[in-house]
Design a protein around this ligand. Structure first.
Ligand SMILES: Nc1nc2c(c(=O)[nH]1)N[C@H]1C(S)=C(S)[C@@H](COP(=O)(O)OP(=O)(O)OC[C@H]3O[C@@H](n4cnc5c(N)ncnc54)[C@H](O)[C@@H]3O)O[C@H]1N2
Ligand code: MOO
Length: 417
């Protein structure tokens, strides 16, 4: 069968996108700590203070000078004079001399000259002011030192870092409650097709509910974008033109459907009519996802995604999500298209897979653990189906120059975020 498209390898798409994105000025905003989850830092963050600000005990017991416990054991205890107690949350002016100890709670401030803490279970109080130590301690034992977590002036997070829940804790611990992040990429998703109706609508004969604008906006929002559904637009030049024009203040516009042979010319003509430089590439050597279109209209990237739900999903994951990462400041433009090592996992393939040479193929897989080993179960289905995708944990890529993968082969998978 005649190929209706001259397909381009993904590298050509990355090249064009790098060129466009490298000069893009990313906007930033100040954000409060409570709203910062999953946002991308637009500045390096240095610690303004020492954490902890003073040396603290990590156990309930007695602050001591480690040397005073040398040789102590259950059968040969050493004796220490109790000179007082440290109160939690309070400063202490206590200072130990040789042979002295001070009671201390977990988290309490270590008195001067103390360099270790005896756990209460390793001691016995034999008189009001005398304890026995059954343990010989090394200096530093059961103490977290001043600035051990992070020192004042030390780099905590670099620009481009994605703020995770645990990071919010670290920032709170340092009293950093407002900082600069990149604005979320602004994305609009348009579904085209005269057969489409919204998820809420009752389907008449011949009609199909819109899947793509739901799956795509959800995924792009999940990875940190600000994506909205524009709705369903008829496959008609003026309606589509009007809808697209309204979205050209966005960073990225995705149009699902209308990229293949049937109405390709209209979509391309339309994109070229809206501004410079217009359509840059049409046709991508990935499966599924062949009829993908890349256009740039002034400051906005437009991607035409194939209509089949699994194809739209795949192109969205491979191409659109990468664009969003760059627009969000999480990835340098020069790095676009490079694999994120953090999300790679290895597993054993459970069946043979055949693939077309000349197109890199993406197959959703389920990761299953059996007898402590990880297995990758491919979820094979036509690209016009959606439910198989929902069960996938990761994507398997079969490179362009390979004709398949063998059962039992250890394959590298990219986890679906
Ligand atoms: N003669 C050929 N026909 C097709 C080829 C080909 O090489 N030669 N390629 C096929 C492939 S592969 C794909 S992928 C599709 C891409 O088509 P379009 O991007 O133009 O999309 P549509 O024709 O509008 O839709 C395709 C299919 O997907 C359904 N669809 C569309 N949008 C949605 C949505 N938002 N939610 C759910 N389902 C959607 C639509 O109803 C169609 O069934 O072209 C093949 N044809
Ligand atoms: O390219 Mo289609 O996107 O294979 O299903």
């Amino acid at each position: 069968m005649r190929e209706f498209l001259e397909l381009n390898p993904p590298e050509k798409f990355w090249q064009q996108l790098k060129h466009f994105l490298k000069n893009k000025n990313l906007r930033t905003e100040n954000i409060k700590l409570d709203n910062a989850l999953d946002r991308i830092l637009a500045e390096d963050i240095f610690s303004p203070v020492n954490l902890p600000p003073f040396s603290r005990s990590t156990v309930d017991g007695y602050a001591v000078r480690a040397a005073d416990t040398a040789g102590a054991s259950a059968s040969m205890p050493t004796y220490l004079d109790l000179i007082g107690s440290v109160e939690i949350g309070k400063n202490t002016e206590l200072k130990l001399k040789a042979g002295q100890a001070a009671a201390i709670p977990t988290g309490g401030m270590i008195p001067k000259e103390a360099d270790a803490v005896l756990m209460i279970e390793d001691t016995e109080k034999i008189e009001e002011n005398i304890i026995e130590s059954f343990k010989s301690l090394a200096a530093g034992e059961n103490i977290v030192k001043k600035a051990e977590d992070i020192a004042q002036g030390e780099l905590l997070f670099k620009k481009g870092h994605k703020i995770m829940a645990r990071d919010i804790g670290a920032l709170a611990g340092l009293g950093i409650t407002e900082f600069k992040v990149f604005n979320k990429a602004k994305i609009s998703v348009i579904s085209t097709g005269d057969e489409l109706i919204s998820a809420e609508a009752e389907a008449k004969a011949g009609q199909i509910r819109d899947i793509n604008s739901y799956s795509i906006t959800s995924y792009l929002n999940k990875i940190g974008g600000d994506a909205k559904k524009v709705g369903i637009i008829k496959d008609e030049f003026n309606s589509l033109k009007e809808a697209l024009q309204k979205e050209l203040d966005q960073d990225l516009v995705l149009i699902s459907g209308g990229s293949s042979v049937g109405i390709k010319d209209m979509t391309i003509e339309l994109l070229n009519s809206l501004g410079e430089p217009g359509v840059l590439l049409h046709g991508l050597t990935i499966k599924p996802g062949k009829p993908t279109i890349l256009a740039v209209i002034e400051r906005t990237i437009v991607l035409g995604l194939p209509g089949h739900p699994a194809s739209a999903w795949t192109v969205n994951n491979i191409l659109a999500a990468e664009i969003v990462r760059v627009l969000n400041g999480a990835k340098e433009a020069a790095e676009i298209g490079s694999e994120n090592q953090k999300y790679l996992i290895k597993a054993k393939l459970t069946r043979n897979l055949v693939s077309d040479k000349g197109r890199e193929e993406y197959i959703p897989v389920k990761i299953v653990k059996k007898n402590d080993k990880l297995f990758a179960e491919p979820l094979l289905a036509k690209s016009s189906l959606i439910t198989n995708l929902a069960y996938g944990d990761a994507m398997l890529k079969i490179p362009r120059n390979q004709e398949g993968k063998d059962k039992g082969e250890i394959v590298e998978l990219t986890l679906i975020e």
